[in-house]
Write a protein that binds this ligand. Structure first.
Ligand SMILES: Cc1cc2nc3c(=O)[nH]c(=O)nc-3n(C[C@H](O)[C@H](O)[C@H](O)COP(=O)(O)OP(=O)(O)OC[C@H]3O[C@@H](n4cnc5c(N)ncnc54)[C@H](O)[C@@H]3O)c2cc1C
Length: 368
């Protein structure tokens, strides 16, 4: 038995599912193959933020208005299909932990044009009032529109939605044994063969070592997250926090995720004790008293794929016109996934040019 489709997508993470959805909007037939499972890669994070102000200076993210609108409406669309809540609109607090950090954040805030109601500068006293016990020097940012998402649960619900939408087929636990191009793409799997007009790689960190894409300048950064639960009482705040790494508030009043991507040289991709200690140390810097009263419930590790200009890479392979890439989502997978999937499909059907900042054409296969 074999499958015949317009598009075959390798990878069932934020990139793969978003592009499958956008293609289905234009009635293309799609098949999604994952060597493991839905959200098995970086997108399996049990708590991620949609945070429009990132980095130490809290800089406004590239194309953030469009990215935010796309992910917010997509989360709402998918949430309506399931009883299980996978995201909350609880805001993100960005306390400055040092004077220099506060100065830079404030400067950046004053020079930036933020949409109304997205971002407010708060003085130290105001931040401490919002969040008793937090470490804050001179002030920080309050981002009321920040979202907190259980990305793994979102993608599980998204896959169910896609199966119903356009009969999108999912082949899980299947790694291509052979990929050949002869008029169409022939993808040989253990149990079946897929014949497709177009092939899209949305394979996250594996892109960096792929035969077709290993010439691109990806940087891999490992991160760890842990779920913590307070021993007694309930948490005295209901927002998430972005300071040293991030703290994603879960909905049960007693648990949160502390996470950070920080390991540029790593020898394995599993969780470890140093990871847990590192996260606890970071928690102590932001919330000095909380760390003593929480126990670790679970731990998770993932690798994010970054690029020299910190923007994703999308486009056609320079040799194979029908071979496509959607990768390098970096630390902003949620903000970029749906917006850039829609943008790429508009490009495929000939309505738009790709934004130069993300176009694969900015890199050369064989630089002179
Ligand atoms: C610790 C951590 C915290 C993060 N926090 C946030 C956050 O708060 N907010 C945010 O927006 N982003 C966050 N990110 C970044 C975000 O997770 C990524 O940008 C995003 O998940 C990347 O999605 P992707 O679909 O490109 O890759 P992935 O999610 O890695 O998906 C790739 C998929 O491809 C599959 N695959 C690989 N090779 C093959 C193959 N040969 N054939 C078939 N399938 C294959 C894998 O099994 C995997 O399922 C975080 C990342 C990490 C590591």
């Amino acid at each position: 038995m074999s499958h015949h489709t317009d598009y075959c997508i390798l990878g069932a993470g934020l990139a793969g599912l978003s592009i499958a959805d956008s293609l289905a909007d234009h009635d293309f037939s799609t098949i999604v193959i994952d060597k493991s499972d839905i959200a098995a890669g970086a997108s399996g994070t049990p708590g991620g933020l949609v945070n429009p102000a990132t980095g130490r200076r809290a800089k406004k993210v590239w194309k953030v208005e469009q990215g935010y609108e796309a992910i917010a409406s997509n989360l709402e669309k998918v949430q309506q299909t399931t009883e299980e809540t996978f995201y909350t609109n609880n805001g993100v607090l960005r306390p400055a932990l040092m004077e220099k950090m506060a100065r830079k954040m404030k400067e950046e805030y004053q020079q930036t044009s933020w949409p109304k109601g997205w971002c407010q500068w708060k003085r130290e006293g105001e931040i401490k009032e919002m969040h008793p016990g937090i470490n804050c020097v001179d002030g920080g940012l309050w981002i009321p529109v920040g979202l907190t998402v259980d990305v793994g649960k979102y993608l599980q619900a998204y896959a169910s939605y896609l199966k119903g939408k356009n009969d999108t087929i999912f082949l899980l636990d299947e790694e291509p044994i052979k990929i050949e191009h002869n008029n169409r793409w022939h993808i040989e799997l253990t149990s079946t063969t897929v014949r497709t007009q177009n092939l899209i790689f949305a394979t996250g960190q594996s892109i960096a070592t792929s035969f077709y894409w290993d010439w691109l300048p990806f940087n891999l950064i490992k991160g760890q997250v842990a779920e913590f639960k307070i021993e007694t009482g309930t948490l005295n705040f209901d927002h998430s926090i972005s300071s040293l790494g991030y703290m994603a508030r879960l909905t049960d009043n007693v648990s949160f995720i502390q996470g950070s991507t920080y390991e540029h040289d790593f020898t394995h991709i599993n969780t470890d004790q140093q990871g847990e200690e590192y996260l606890r140390k970071r928690m102590r810097r932001t919330l000095p008293n909380l760390e003593k009263h929480v126990r670790t419930v679970s731990q998770w590790a993932g690798v994010r794929t970054s690029t020299p200009n910190y923007k994703p890479i999308l486009g056609r392979h320079p040799v194979h016109d029908s071979l496509h890439l959607f990768g390098g989502l970096g630390s902003k997978g949620l903000l970029f996934s749906k917006y850039l999937a829609d943008h790429y499909v508009e490009y495929l059907i000939g309505n738009t040019e790709l934004f130069p900042e993300i176009d694969i054409a900015r890199h050369q296969l064989n630089p002179a």
